[in-house]
Design a protein around this ligand. Structure first.
Ligand SMILES: C[C@H](O)[C@@H](O)[C@@H](O)[C@H](O)C(=O)O
Ligand SMILES: [Mg+2]
Length: 458
């Protein structure tokens, strides 16, 4: 029996079960009054939202209240939230009544039981609203586990042995690209030096780039003001949105480069707005502004298209970044194996939560593609910090070419929001996955009956 699992059995008896699962539809009116927050070429009016899953755990033998609660979420940009909340409710019979010890000591089987339930899998499999719902539930379980162990999730993961980490993954569909032995070798390589990297993180944090200075809907004045303030607070790397309109993009590039200078790293994000050949033509025209990468240049499902764009743009010094809409490990496997992705942008709740994300982090390491996770949104920064700290400590062993995205929105609604100082994420110390939202925020922004919405609607 692995040490972590025996310790878990001393902390919890088998009769501690999941006693309830609720889904709350929490939406923030970020697009109200045409603020432009979060907007891009295709998503012009996002209302950043969380399909918020709350799990409670209690002893099945007592009348008493719950012992623990875990909070998880998946990110949507508004109306889709109702579909994901309904999908979370559909998972309830697979979750409520299950023993926590059974779940955590064979987490891969539990994960598989959610993604492969014989009738629900038809509306995926492992994609779309049902997979987002799995992510919310799995994220809530990790938050719960961290709280039981009194550790932030990055630390819970980084204290696991390579074998324990491997046991979290559902290996189905992966064996042609990475074997368990190869994954173990990656983890064992970094094992002896884990402590050094924890110390480094405590001292220096982890470098971030900022997105929220360059949303599509911002006026020139707002872009300028936000860039200046980001520079002042210590950011040194930036991302801007690009669109189908080349003259608008050139104008914004001129503006942004005039403020940042020619050499500050600048990323561009097209949010899927071009066909493959259009992407090549558009980015060739923007190459004078020296973007480090072009993100989501075309359909997120078009692996061969990304490969073609990459072949055309790499000679111009532009890499291909994608992944925020890449819905499962099988898609990532193909992107990585075919050289269609230069920066791997896992999303903390597009994939089915931490268990599947670890599989992708290991795949990316095997194919030597740096991971720069998608964040921002609502609660994504809170989650990805744990994933990147774990990735650095246990898998990559290096910060080179690997950045965490940061956007400056909605952190105030979380009980333990991220702390970013001088352009770097700092190590979180509170137990769990940083996913718990403030009760008053959940009430205020519950859709459609929370005061924030009744005021807007009436
Ligand atoms: C609608 C959203 O804000 C997206 O524009 C955002 O997630 C973006 O793609 C990003 O990379 O941060
Ligand atoms: Mg993006």
């Amino acid at each position: 029996m692995a040490p972590l699992f025996s310790r878990l059995k001393t902390l919890l008896s088998r009769d501690v079960i999941i006693s309830s699962l609720t889904a709350r539809d929490v939406r923030f009116p970020t697009s109200a009054c045409g603020t432009g927050h979060g907007s891009d070429a295709l998503h012009k009016d996002p209302n950043y939202s969380a399909a918020y899953a709350v799990l409670t755990a209690a002893s099945s033998n007592s009348e008493g209240g719950s012992l623990y609660s875990g909070h998880g979420l998946t990110f949507t940009i508004g109306r889709g939230n109702e579909v994901v909340c309904a999908a979370i409710k559909s998972l309830e019979p697979l979750v409520v009544g299950r023993s926590l010890v059974d779940i955590f000591t064979d987490f891969a089987s539990f994960w598989h039981s959610l993604t492969c339930e014989t009738q629900l899998r038809w509306i995926g499999p492992e994609k779309g609203a049902i997979h987002l719902a799995v992510a919310a539930v799995i994220n809530a379980l990790w938050d719960l586990w961290g709280k039981i162990e009194c550790k932030p999730v990055w630390e819970l993961l980084s204290d696991m042995s390579p074998e324990e980490i491997i046991s979290l993954i559902d290996w189905q569909y992966l064996s042609d690209a990475i074997t368990k032995d190869e994954a173990l070798a990656i983890l064992h390589k970094q094992y002896p030096s884990r402590r050094e990297r924890v110390e480094d993180l405590k001292e220096n944090g982890y470098p971030a780039y900022i997105t929220s200075a360059g949303w599509m809907g911002y006026s020139d004045e707002v872009v300028e003001e936000r860039l200046q303030s980001a520079l002042k607070s210590g950011f040194t790397k930036f991302k801007m949105k690009v669109s189908r309109d080349l003259s608008v993009d050139k104008h914004r590039c001129e503006l942004i480069r005039s403020i940042l200078g020619p050499n500050v790293p600048l990323m561009m994000d097209a949010n899927q707005c071009w066909d493959v050949d259009e992407a090549i033509a558009h980015m060739t025209a923007l190459s004078v502004y020296k973007p480090l990468w072009i993100e989501e240049p075309t359909s997120p499902d078009d692996i061969l298209g990304h490969a073609k764009i990459g072949r055309a743009l790499r000679p111009l010094g532009i890499g291909i970044a994608t992944g925020e809409h890449c819905h499962n490990r099988v898609m990532f496997k193909q992107f990585l194996e075919s050289g269609a992705m230069d920066y791997c942008q896992i999303d903390s709740c597009r994939l089915g939560g931490i268990n599947e994300i670890i599989a992708v982090l290991l795949l990316a390491e095997k194919f030597k593609v740096p991971v720069c996770p998608h964040a921002g949104g609502c609660g994504l920064c809170e989650m990805v910090q744990h994933l990147m700290f774990f990735y650095y400590i246990c898998i990559s062993g290096s910060k080179e070419s690997r950045l965490i995205e940061y956007a400056d929105h909605l952190h105030e609604h979380f009980v333990h929001p991220v702390t970013v100082n001088n352009g770097c994420y700092l190590l979180p110390t509170s137990a769990g996955y940083s996913t718990e939202m403030k009760k008053e925020s959940v009430e205020e922004y519950s859709y459609p009956n929370g005061p924030a919405w009744t005021k807007t609607i009436s």
